[in-house]
Design a protein. Sequence first.
Length: 411
Amino acid sequence: MRHLRRNEGLAVEQPNSEPRRPIDPKQSELLLDLLRCLAATLVLIYHERILFFARYSDLRSPSLGIKALYFVTGLGPPAVILFFVLSGYLVVGSVVRARRAGVWSIASYLNQRITRLLVPLLPALLLCWLLDAVGLRLNPHSFYYVELWTDTGWSQVAARHGLATFLQNLLFLQGVTGPIFGSDGPLWSLAYEFWYYIFLVPVFVISISRRPRTIILSSIFLLAAMFFVGPRICEYGLIWLLGAATVFAVRIPLRLSKHAALGLLGGSILLMLLTLSAIRFKSIHSDFVGDFLLGATCALFVWSAARQNETVSPTLLTVAAKNYAGWTYSLYLLHMPVLVFIASLCVRSSRWFPDALHLAMAGGILVAVLLYAYAISLCTERRTGAVRTWIAARLNLGRRSPKNPLPSSVA
């Protein structure tokens, strides 16, 4: 999930006779990249563990290390909430910056957002179909394809391979009008993400328009869209809005010493970890309440991280975090079908117990999946900017719009 890069607006090149000097990354960029890397990794290892290894309740006298392993690998579901908050912050931030610069339009916004989602999604769906088809051919009776194989999974993968299901997933209607395609369970959150992008259009138009007719029509469209997608997506939209609100909260003047700012950052990390632990131990009985509290602590972290404006020298950590964060969206889309395919071939009558041999095998599979997703991302996600620019040029979306620039106090 969420996997949305900063500064995605259409660039307006400025003439410059002097060569550009490389700009050192800011602490805020590094911290947000690390958060995205953490969330993506938690989702990946969660799915690998539930696909390959026995349930914790089936283990006999697990060691402290195994307990810790099962605890960490159980944080995948709440990690998706971190993506929602990051998405709200980054997407709304890019909209506000574009509006302030006078280059925002509905068409350019939709071009940015839809290409961001679709360019990696279409190949991911095709690869899911291919892997599922081969897996079903080689091992049609595997419980990974014919039974309920995850806590949030669906039975009968073959029944979700039709063209209609494929197209519904391509149009982000999974969970709205049809099921998730094939074995790619993580696609559920992609529909949420897309519809939050759509909701943002009328909300933003309402916020800047002074025409009653425009406000009324935008409100009707928003209500109709919310009714169409249903209460669940709308409910979790409140968590996405926590990230969006952080864009404006960052601009509230607040003078803090360096030590106080670092203390606030450390406190937000601690609160986020405590909330994750409470969710993991089921101390919070309502799924949505727990997810909302986690979203709030994540928004606090994003807010405190965004205030870290000091630059940092490029290091192995900054380069690795930026690189990994740049293809986490592809990893999110691609990892589940290949894990299911491998599991259908390697796991037979029962899932593995976490002994040294099987943990080593799982480590090798994890590396292979990471390399697979990275290689595919070079041909898909890495090309998103080129596709977006091509569409913008054909539709003439780079024109500057002088209408209703945002005041600097909210931009």
